[in-house]
Design a protein around this ligand. Structure first.
Ligand SMILES: Cc1cc2nc3c(=O)[nH]c(=O)nc-3n(C[C@H](O)[C@H](O)[C@H](O)COP(=O)(O)O)c2cc1C
Length: 248
């Protein structure tokens, strides 16, 4: 289960994934109490790694923590836990205005009609999304239909990806695929965090700069007012991750 690290009143607390609402969030930074972005956005993070404690989920938690600290509401869907079939391509979404499959895709669609921001988090598998994330992308097809797009509230997207290969070129194909999703669904891509050189599930522990970048990306959704919390938050998060890697 994905853990979120939430900075509230200068204290990091652990929360399990789910709705995290922080409309009255206050952050203690350098002795100064500041209130951040009380009018936050609804953020849907979809994770796609079968390794629950792997690199991409650590980055998802860091992003979620930053976004939450900035006063947004975050929900996390684990694509690996969804009981969801691949798209059947029966065009019922175009003919009837909704998907004909009544599985966890219904939950996915509900969240897409709640979120302002969609974040896809995936390891690179064969230069692409994992099959779990690919299935999610295919099931977004109803929103490509004119009536479907009107229901979907998502306007902005982020991509977080990890790969074993340290060469940034490894992310070329997934960037193209992500561009296509944004173009067809009329989303605006607001940021990408592409982290190479991550082989084993704990490889992220050697890259605090990636974790910090994920926190900053999340905090950035709160705008400039929230930026001051990023440094403090990532320092605390790295400390927590070190304890976690020692099994404490
Ligand atoms: C089936 C499979 C395919 C993979 N394909 C690639 C690949 O094409 N390029 C690459 O650099 N790494 C590849 N990897 C490695 C993962 O992308 C990398 O270990 C990643 O950090 C795993 O993220 P996670 O810990 O969140 O699961 C692959 C791993 C698996 C299991």
């Amino acid at each position: 289960m994905l853990m979120l690290y939430v900075l509230s009143g200068g204290i990091i607390t652990k929360k399990t994934a789910g709705a995290v609402c922080n409309s009255n969030l206050k952050v203690l930074y350098k002795g100064m109490m500041m209130e951040v972005n009380v009018m936050g956005k609804n953020i849907l993070i979809i994770t796609g790694s079968p390794r629950a404690n792997g690199n991409s989920n650590t980055l998802a938690a860091a992003f979620a923590g930053g976004a939450t600290a900035a006063g947004n509401t975050v929900e996390v869907l684990d694509a690996c836990a969804l009981n969801m079939d691949g798209c059947h391509g029966d065009a019922s979404c175009h003919q009837r205005g909704c998907c004909g499959l009544k599985d966890d895709g219904v939950k996915l669609h509900e969240k897409m009609c709640w979120a302002d921001v969609l974040v896809l988090v995936t390891p690179i598998y064969w230069k692409s999304f994992t099959s779990q994330i690919k299935k999610v992308v295919d099931r977004l097809y109803p929103f490509a239909a004119p009536k479907g797009r009107a229901q979907c509230t998502v306007k902005e997207t982020y991509l977080i990806a990890t790969a074993n290969n340290p060469d940034p070129a490894v992310f070329g194909p997934i960037k193209e695929e992500f561009d296509l999703v944004n173009t067809l669904l009329q989303f605006e891509c607001k940021g990408q965090l592409l982290c190479g050189g991550l082989g084993g599930p704990d490889a992220i522990d050697e890259h605090p700069e990636y974790v910090e970048a994920a926190v900053r990306l999340g905090v950035g959704i709160g705008g400039a007012k929230a930026e001051a919390s990023a440094q403090q938050f990532s320092k605390e998060l790295n400390y927590i991750n070190k304890l976690r890697s020692r099994g404490l």
